[in-house]
Design a protein around this ligand. Structure first.
Ligand SMILES: NC(=O)c1ccc[n+]([C@@H]2O[C@H](COP(=O)([O-])OP(=O)(O)OC[C@H]3O[C@@H](n4cnc5c(N)ncnc54)[C@H](O)[C@@H]3O)[C@@H](O)[C@H]2O)c1
Ligand SMILES: [Zn+2]
Ligand SMILES: [Zn+2]
Length: 390
């Protein structure tokens, strides 16, 4: 089958690889009908995520049709159309039962590797390095879905792939990022990054009661889209972010600040430039300029939410500001499963139209060019969907 394979930093291509087979009675094989490229894939592509190996199949946003199921699978059948959350749940551990599926105790077989950096391993992830399970990803024609009863969610036939595909990651990710801030009606929410995750965070902030959303980026097309969803755009290179956030909140600062950028933040300030030098010199894995700015600008008693991905140890962390203002800090991979029913309802009722953020569609065979386009942010790209059959 065709699959998008990692061959080193900035070097991916579609190879002919063996089709997956079932390895446990709880597995299912899914024929993928749609798959997307995520900002998280770019961290792998740029070589910043340790333990990704040459030959790994990438991709964690995918859906399709169940092709075969193991003997122990009860909830899905051959022919069912399913979306598959990128965080893998076993369905049976205490964290899964409590809805914290991204913290599943059983889905990462390589916990010892993850523990070196994290202390305790989060769940396994599709197509996201060996520290997170080494699971082959879904930018492919077929994928092995593990613990299928807990991870293959049937979707109504009346909804198209493009309507439901982003339930696998970015819609729940934007939603969790806001939900974990415990927004009160009337709150002002500031969002760094108007990529796909940022745009879903903007929409979720209004769904959850924000009165105003301030959205930052430097790409004009992305700022325009953010404005289209009701946010007030701020160009972080042309405007002074601290001044603007204070000016638009009567000097208080935003009640919730959300980092939808992650470990490859841009910036022209001294700290951002230092981060860049250190990342290139491999002295740090993460560029944390946005985290610093978010904490520093947040209102007293406010909430800091970090859906943006970080992997290592960081310095110049404004602990004093976090402490002095009594801020609440929330972060993590997304507990996709817990939000699926609610978000599916938003889509079915037409309240949220996830397909509206798609700007480019390619065949899977063109995936290498699609990665290049997405990393360069050329042609006003916002979100790319790949068709494995083309
Ligand atoms: N927590 C999770 O479970 C989860 C899930 C999906 C994605 N993510 C992460 O969310 C982040 C965003 O993903 P995406 O798909 O939207 O990525 P993306 O690369 O398309 O978007 C990132 C945006 O941030 C902007 N940006 C860069 N520096 C900035 C700064 N200093 N201030 C404001 N904006 C800045 C970029 O111009 C870009 O538009 C990534 O780190 C991704 O790994 C996390
Ligand atoms: Zn993703
Ligand atoms: Zn579990």
């Amino acid at each position: 089958m065709n699959a998008l394979v990692y061959h080193g930093p900035r070097n991916v291509r579609v190879d002919d690889v063996p089709e997956p087979t079932m390895l446990a009675p709880t597995d299912a094989i899914v024929r993928i009908t749609s798959t997307a490229i995520c900002g998280s894939d770019l961290h792998l592509y740029n070589g910043y995520i340790p333990t990704v190996k040459h030959g790994d199949i990438l991709g964690h946003e995918f859906m399709g049709v169940v092709e075969s199921v193991g003997d122990a699978v009860k909830n899905v059948r051959v022919g069912d159309r399913v979306v598959v959350p990128f965080t893998i749940a076993c369905g049976g551990c205490n964290n899964c039962k409590a809805g914290f599926t991204s913290l599943c105790d059983n889905s990462n077989p390589n916990q010892d590797t993850a523990n070196i950096v994290t202390g305790h391993s989060p769940s396994g992830l599709y197509g996201y390095s060996h520290a997170f399970g080494g699971y082959p990803g879904g930018q492919a024609q077929y994928v092995r879905v593990v613990f299928a009863d807990a991870n293959a969610f049937k979707v109504p036939d009346g909804l198209t792939d493009e309507q439901v595909l982003f339930l696998t990651d970015i819609f729940p990710t934007g939603y969790q990022a806001v939900e974990q801030c415990d927004i009160k009606p009337g709150d002002v929410v500031a969002i760094w990054g108007c990529g796909p995750v940022g745009l879903f965070a903007i929409q979720s902030a209004f769904l959850l009661g924000a009165s105003k959303v301030l959205a930052m980026d430097r790409l004009p097309d992305r700022l325009e889209r953010a404005q289209g969803f009701g946010a007030e755009p701020i160009h972080f290179e042309k405007d002074d972010v601290l001044k603007e956030l204070n000016r638009r909140t009567a000097g208080r600062g935003p009640d919730a600040v959300i980092d939808c950028v992650g470990m490859e933040a841009h910036g022209a300030t001294i700290d951002a430039m230092l981060d860049k030098v250190k990342q290139v010199a491999k002295l740090t894995l993460d560029r944390t300029h946005v985290v610093r700015q978010a904490i520093y600008t947040c209102a007293k008693g406010g909430a800091v939410s970090i859906p943006g991905v970080y992997v290592g140890f960081v310095d110049m962390f404004p602990l004093g500001s976090l402490f002095a203002k009594g801020l609440r800090l929330r972060t993590g991979q997304t507990n996709v499963h817990r939000y699926l029913p609610t978000l599916l309802d938003y889509i079915a009722s037409g309240k949220v139209k996830p397909q509206d953020i798609i700007t480019h569609r390619f065949g899977l065979t063109e995936a290498a060019d699609a990665y290049k386009m997405f990393v360069d942010k050329s042609d006003d790209v916002q979100k790319i969907v790949l068709d494995p059959a083309a």
